[in-house]
Design a protein around this ligand. Structure first.
Ligand SMILES: C[S@@+](CC[C@H](N)C(=O)[O-])C[C@H]1O[C@@H](n2cnc3c(N)ncnc32)[C@H](O)[C@@H]1O
Length: 238
């Protein structure tokens, strides 16, 4: 059994958080594409809560890989939209109960919107670069935009950014941030939108990832190839 399947049966149901069961299929496809293409790197998440998605990302690493959790944790004055109160204690309990034991975890307590350039360089040097980077912290346009730039800056070539809550009616700031980010002509482009998660990859890899998603899911009734900010995206909804 793959490590991600083991986590899905033993840990996922017990870890509190906001991750749909269906996301496992997209993670597995992206992981397989990256492995086949020789894309390497570590995993990180901004906005971890109790680790439900972080542990899924960790399950995809090779032994010795690095998992980085960045959250305000108990500094909740910086969690200005109140979407989930992060807890380092609860996260560490879940890592110890359900996490891989052959990977290296780091917990960074920080307001993601206030990371300095030096902090990002150190993050990439010490913990990255990242082949999977999840953005799920504070949902304001300002925070999400800052987090998307951080993810882009710390990404491996062929790495994928996974943004939560795009076009989620409760969090319009995320949707606004994507418009601003894509309007700034970034080095990554969206290729998959599935159940409120938007997946970006570097421009040179976009066609490859889009084609693979279309082959895997394009025949479903819920799938449609759309154009977002000039990029073709396989959109799966509902
Ligand atoms: C929606 S929850 C994340 C859910 C999580 N990804 C999961 O798998 O269930 C949002 C998280 O973002 C954190 N957060 C809020 N504002 C933040 C900020 N400015 N910087 C870093 N983390 C922040 C919160 O503490 C909370 O843990």
């Amino acid at each position: 059994m793959d490590a991600i399947d083991a986590y899905w049966s033993d840990g996922f149901p017990h870890v509190e958080g906001w991750v749909l069961d269906i996301q496992r299929t997209y993670l597995k496809l992206i992981d397989a594409l990256q492995r086949e293409a020789g894309i390497t790197g570590h995993v990180a998440e901004i906005g971890v809560f109790h680790g439900k998605f972080l542990l899924a990302l960790a399950s995809l690493l090779t032994p010795g890989g690095k998992v980085t959790a960045l959250d305000v944790f108990d500094d909740q004055d910086k969690n200005i939209d109140g979407a989930g109160v992060g807890s380092l204690d609860k996260l560490m309990q879940n890592v110890s109960a359900y996490g891989r034991t052959d990977v290296d975890y780091a917990y960074i307590k920080a307001d993601s919107s206030a990371l300095t350039l030096l902090a990002k360089v150190e993050l990439t040097r010490d913990r990255g670069p990242f082949r999977l980077f999840s953005v799920d912290g504070c949902h304001t346009a300002e925070h999400t935009l800052a987090d998307l730039y951080t993810a882009q800056d710390c990404l491996s070539p062929g790495g994928v950014i996974i943004l939560d809550d795009y076009m989620q009616p409760h969090w319009p700031g995320v949707t606004q941030a994507v418009s601003l980010f894509c309007g700034s002509v970034p080095r990554v482009a969206p290729f998959l939108y599935a159940h409120h998660k938007l997946f970006f990859v570097g421009l040179g890899w976009h066609a490859h990832f889009l084609r693979a998603c279309a082959e895997a899911y394009g025949a479903q009734e819920s799938a449609k190839t759309t154009s977002m900010f000039g990029s073709s995206v396989l959109t799966i909804f509902p």
